[in-house]
Every structure is written in C-alpha cells, then in structure tokens.
Design a protein around this ligand. Structure first.
Ligand SMILES: [Zn+2]
Length: 208
C-alpha cells in the first residue's frame, strides 16, 4: 500500500481507525521507516498534548487553578504568550487536523502555555499569495473537554485580519495574506486567559 496520509496517521495514533483497516495500517507502519518515524512523531505530540489529568504534575494543576481563580477574582481575562516548544521546520502535520493541500511547503510548530498546547501548520496556497493555517488547541488537564466555539483571531497590531472558531476537538482553520507581525489571539475556555501565539516562525513575511 501507499504511505499513510496525514489523516490516516492522525487517526492511527488517536486510535480512530476502523478495525477492518487497522491491521493493514499497522503492517505498513511497522515495515516502513518513513511512516514509522511519522507515527512516532505524532505519538509524541499526542502524548505531550493529552496527558491524563491524574498524571499532570501537581504544580501545573495548582498553577492552572490559580490562574483560573485569579482571572475570576479580577473579573477580566489574563493575558499570556505561548512558548514555542517544537520548531517550524516543516514536515509533519499535527494530529487531528486535516488539510486538503499537500504542497510540500508547509511549516509546523507547537506552542505551549501552562496546560494548553497549540499545534499549528501553515501552508502557502497553490497559485495564490494566501496562506492557510490549520491548528489544534488542546488542554492537557482536560483532554475530553469541549472546545467548541473557542474564538481564534489572527491579528496584526490591534487589527483582526481573520477569525475562526474551534470545533469540539479544538481544531480550527484560517486563510490569510501574509503580513508583518502576525499573531493568534485565543480566548481560552473558562475565562482562563487571552493567549497570544506569535507566528514569526510560520510567517513568510518574517522569514529571511
Ligand atoms: Zn510508508
């Protein structure tokens, strides 16, 4: 069979492949170095993003609770900037997000803030100067939490240039023309904060 598609790899590590197809995919992954490596990478991202709550270090849980209580007490959103933990070196797409475009010009990066992971893939859309950005938000202390309708804004300065809403799984997609100093602003659920994700590494305008 052919190499696994991004969608198949994503489903494979998440255990979402139907039983009839699973053994076929498993055989290929175990015999193919490229797909084995890709699956291992997806697995690491999944493991990082979906640690069960009881396994989360107490300090992290305490920090998350403190943030939640602080923002409640202050009655306004806390602002924070996510830190990049995986480079935008191109290659794999993130688990859980499908992209119809496979042009080989994608960049991938993973960001983290307290318990939240933001997994992003940016791609130049063929025959246009627009970029597509697909992402997944995950909360490692609440992996089954519903992230539907979480607001994601693509900003430059104070200006919103594109807007998206997460689906139930925390997935979102945006399309935009590259501009300088782009960042994402995410309204975290439960008023946990307003998360800023700098896009320097994924933005052609900031490269070179
Ligand atoms: Zn393969």
């Amino acid at each position: 069979m052919n190499h696994l598609t991004d969608g198949e790899l994503s489903d494979f590590v998440r255990g979402l492949v139907e039983p009839a197809k699973l053994s076929q995919l498993r055989d290929h992954v175990s015999g193919c170095a490229a797909c084995g490596e890709a699956a291992a990478f997806y697995q690491r991202v999944q493991a990082a993003a979906f640690v069960p709550p009881e396994a989360a270090p107490p300090a992290i849980v305490a920090q998350a609770k403190a943030v939640f209580q602080t923002s409640k007490r202050l009655g306004k959103l806390r602002r924070a900037t996510a830190k990049q933990i995986l480079p935008g070196a191109g290659g794999w797409t993130m688990a859980g997000v499908r992209s119809a475009i496979h042009s080989g010009t994608a960049k991938h990066a993973v960001f983290k803030w307290v318990d939240f992971f933001v997994d992003l893939r940016a791609e130049l859309q063929p025959e246009t100067i627009r970029m597509s950005l697909v992402g997944q938000l995950a909360n490692q202390t609440d992996p089954d939490g519903n992230l539907e309708s979480v607001q994601v804004r693509l900003m430059t300065g104070q200006k919103t240039v594109a807007h998206a809403e997460c689906n139930r799984l925390g997935e979102f997609a945006l399309s935009f023309a590259p501009a300088r100093r782009l960042y994402l602003e995410i309204d975290l659920p439960e008023r946990q904060g307003l998360l800023k994700v700098p896009l320097k590494e994924l933005n052609p305008e900031e490269m070179g």
